[in-house]
Design a binder for this molecule. Structure first.
Ligand code: DCP
Length: 153
């Protein structure tokens, strides 16, 4: 019981808002079309604004990663995707969150920056040349993994 109690305190302390009871998982989509992957330019918060990311967001209570990914891409980009295999390793985020990436197949719609500043398609060669400082810190480690997936398509 003490261990459980200590764990609950530690987990709660790790959240930005202690009343936020959502899971601590964040999912991000690698949408790949014609050998290029879509990156989206964040509009918020200030410290991440202007940086490029794999689009996605927080998993809600009771939601699978696949359902969260589909919902986030519909909300943020106005497109329908089907989540597939994972990309790279999960990344620890500030606030006790963990970020997971998945390949997502585009089913319909044209990904559009509804909540981002911009969206852009990158080939493996473009990704390798892209300035890592322009990518959100958590997503930088995935560049080699994304290039490997793109090279294999
Ligand atoms: N994040 C990241 N890289 C990604 C996607 C997200 O580093 N490819 C980070 C940024 C945030 C956290 O994950 O710190 C949550 O992402 P979002 O703000 O995009 O997700 P939500 O909009 O769902 O979060 P909230 O509801 O808390 O605003």
């Amino acid at each position: 019981t003490f261990v459980t109690f200590a764990w609950m305190i530690a987990t709660r302390a790790a959240r930005d808002d202690p009343r936020d009871s959502r899971p601590l998982d964040v999912v991000a989509a690698a949408i790949i079309v014609d050998g290029r992957v879509l990156l989206a330019q964040r509009s918020r918060p200030a410290e991440l604004a202007g940086r490029w990311e794999l689009p996605g967001g927080r998993v809600e209570s009771g939601e699978t990663h696949a359902a969260a990914l589909t919902r986030e891409i519909r909300e943020e980009l106005g497109a329908e995707v089907e989540p597939a295999e994972s990309v790279g390793s999960p990344v620890a985020l500030p606030g006790g969150l963990t970020l997971y990436a998945y390949v997502a197949r585009l089913r319909s719609g044209t990904p559009t920056a509804l909540e981002h500043l911009d969206v852009r398609w990158f080939s493996a060669d473009e990704l390798r040349l892209f300035d890592a400082a322009e990518i959100v810190p958590a997503d930088r480690d995935w560049i080699p993994d994304l290039c490997a997936v793109l090279d294999g398509t």
